[in-house]
Ligand binder design. Structure first.
Ligand code: NAD
Ligand code: UDP
Length: 312
């Protein structure tokens, strides 16, 4: 199959490209490098079935020849990144997603949208089931990301309903692993970096808010299975093992054998209090569930960051 992966040079995108090439597919990675890094794709450089195209998907794409499927992962994803690039984030979710849907329509290609648990906002239902409509502040600082993704879901459904495009929507919950940026501000790189360098660990609020962490290889497996399915409505992909932010800090500190102090900082506005995916739908439809436990995933991630830090 011939795939286009938008957001290929990012954390998840680079792992997805590797997986698709391993499976024997031909892949064109597209990225404008706003938050990604071409070094994430070093293992595919010069590969006969892979090429990387520098392009901003808010501009229409020209594509000659066959195209079987599109994965749309293009978007700043960490709160630090999307707060720094709010307009770009809104444009890539809206104009970028529509451009890629047009491309899918013209080529009869399948289309998968990487959506997010942020569509549930600060959820009033727990755990989050796909049928929950969410609790999103439409004008708060996170709205540039949340509303961009909610629009992206809406336009994806519209292209399916109006034009019959074979679409899928993955609602991805917090995912971690090698190739996250050390300084992207998300909890895993922040805490691992701080623990390894014996710096204070910056817990926001009192640390009682929860998240559920999925290792990247599990997520990629879920994405590829979903892209082959005929499910059009959103499907949660994440690991339901939920823990508080404070317990997570303590876990990373212990695994790193670190003496870092816990340092409390103000909770960012609209930071969701609880988040845990209900993955019954993914289990039933895709036969998918996460396989990598937290310790195992964190060990692999810490190894990656250790090497990065050693390399300066
Ligand atoms: P990332 O920032 O590492 O990757 C995103 C990639 O998209 C980057 O390489 C960036 O340069 C590229 N990009 C952004 N705007 C673009 C544009 N206009 N044109 C072309 N490329 C563009 O983030 P990630 O964590 O790998 O996330 C990938 C996708 O998964 C995102 O859409 C994100 O919203 C979604 N997601 C991720 C998580 C997570 O926990 N990592 C959770 C929910 C959803
Ligand atoms: N967090 C924290 N300290 C940090 C970074 C994040 O306490 O240095 C908290 C943040 O407030 C949130 C959780 O960790 O409650 C997850 O944050 P992240 O930015 O990774 O992703 P989010 O799930 O908020 O999009």
């Amino acid at each position: 199959m011939k795939y286009l992966v938008a957001g290929a040079a990012g954390f998840i995108g680079s792992h997805l490209c590797e997986r698709l090439v391993e499976q024997g597919h031909e892949v064109a990675g597209v990225d404008n490098f706003i938050t990604g890094d071409r070094r994430n794709l070093a293992s595919l450089e010069g590969h006969a079935r892979f090429r990387l195209v520098e392009h901003d998907v808010i501009e229409p794409l020209q594509w000659a020849g066959r195209l079987d499927g599109i994965y749309n992962l293009a978007s700043p994803a960490s709160p630090k990144d999307y707060l720094e690039h709010p307009i770009e984030t809104l444009r890539v979710g809206s104009e970028g997603t529509r451009n890629l849907l047009e491309l899918a329509l013209r080529h009869g290609a399948r289309f998968l949208l990487a959506s997010t648990s942020e569509c549930y906002g600060d959820p009033l239902e727990h755990p989050q089931v796909e049928t929950y409509w969410g609790n999103v502040n439409p004008v708060g600082p996170r709205s540039c990301y949340d509303e961009s993704k909610r629009y992206a879901e809406a336009v994806t459904m519209a292209y399916h309903r109006k034009h019959g495009v074979r679409t899928n929507i993955a609602r991805i919950f917090n995912t971690y692993g090698p190739r996250m940026k050390l300084d992207d501000g998300r909890i895993v790189p922040a805490f691992v970096d701080q623990a390894l360098r014996k710096r204070p660990m910056t817990v926001y609020g009192d640390g009682s808010q929860t998240r559920s962490f999925c290792y990247v290889s599990d997520l990629v497996e879920g994405l590829t299975r979903l892209a082959e399915s005929d499910e059009r409505d959103p499907v949660n992909l994440g690991n339901p093992a939920e823990m508080t932010v404070l317990a997570f800090a303590e876990k990373i500190r212990a695994m790193a054998g670190s003496s870092s102090e816990i340092e409390y900082h103000p909770l960012p506005q609209d930071d969701p209090q609880r988040r845990k995916p209900d993955i019954a739908k993914a289990r039933r439809l895709l036969g998918w569930q996460p396989e990598v436990g937290l310790e195992d995933g964190l060990r692999r991630t810490m190894e990656y960051f250790r090497t990065k830090l050693r390399a300066g």
